[in-house]
Ligand binder design. Structure first.
Ligand SMILES: [Zn+2]
Length: 274
């Protein structure tokens, strides 16, 4: 081999290595940067997403709660414990914001579905094929969607018992999506609303109304007919219990003796007879 051939061969090898490196490292970066700055499709989506004003949230929130014994841990009602944590740690704000983010994300998705990929003039200028350009647009779109999707948090809970010396530990993990947490929150607010309503109805009962009902019923138990003369104590009772939405109005009230009242508990008897 002559020196000339060796020189040519080395030159070719070096050149190939340069091309190889260029396509491996620099070209993808160049492509990404170009598409990011020139894609009309992506800039429309970015602008729209920015306009939605997503709340700044983490993608995950972790909570844990200790219990005094293994038996206690085994008896817990998971949803009750979660709701307790929600109110203790004030997570309800995060859940509501997460739900807003989830709705915003849906809006973003439907906005994206209305857009077409358009090949700008720039493709010719930079010698990027439109296939490559669009492929890169879609890769960047996935990143963009992922970025906003992560603003819809999920919630991890750990309920645990650890023995005093720390030798044994038992735990129970559960994960909830933002929507699940939101449903739980609404469900429990309904329960809370009912409790307050019932409290309100109980407060409406007063001595004047009580006397009015006793008088109306002839100071006799509406079930057994006994009165104070027979040695029984008379109560004014809600026919439909307040805990079930019953109101403190004369139509829903009746006189009962203690025996009949205790026997009836919370059962609803529309005929007023147990
Ligand atoms: Zn009675």
């Amino acid at each position: 081999m002559t020196n000339n051939t060796i020189f040519c061969l080395s030159f070719c090898i070096i050149l190939s290595i340069c091309f190889f490196l260029y396509f491996l490292f620099f070209y993808p970066k160049f492509l990404r940067r170009t598409v990011l700055s020139k894609s009309v499709f992506l800039s429309k989506i970015s602008d729209y997403a920015r306009g939605l004003n997503f709340c700044n949230l983490n993608s995950e929130y972790n909570f844990s709660r200790p219990y005094k014994s293994k038996a206690k841990l085994e008896r817990i009602n998971v949803n009750n414990e979660i709701i307790t944590l929600v109110y203790e740690r004030k997570i309800d704000v995060i859940i509501r914001q997460g739900m807003q983010n989830s709705n915003k994300y849906d809006a973003l998705q439907s906005f994206i579905s209305t857009l077409d990929l358009t090949a700008p003039e720039i493709i010719k200028q930079y010698r990027i094929s439109s296939t490559k350009f669009h492929k890169q647009e879609l890769v960047l779109l996935i990143d963009l969607k992922q970025f906003y999707f992560q603003k819809i948090p999920s919630f991890n809970f750990r309920f645990y018992y650890r023995s005093p010396q720390g030798k044994t530990a038992y735990w129970f993990d559960t994960q909830k999506t933002c929507a699940e947490m939101y449903n739980l929150l609404t469900e429990y607010s309904e329960i809370e609303k009912k409790r307050l309503l019932a409290q309100n109805q109980r407060n409406l009962m007063n001595n004047k109304l009580r006397y009015q009902i006793l008088k109306r019923d002839g100071f006799k138990c509406s079930i057994c007919g006994r009165s104070a003369k027979d040695g029984v104590t008379l109560h004014v009772d809600h026919i439909l219990p307040v805990s079930k939405g019953g109101l403190t109005v004369p139509d829903n009230l009746r006189t009962l003796c203690e025996d009949c009242n205790l026997g009836k508990s919370d059962a609803y008897d529309p005929f007023g007879k147990n």
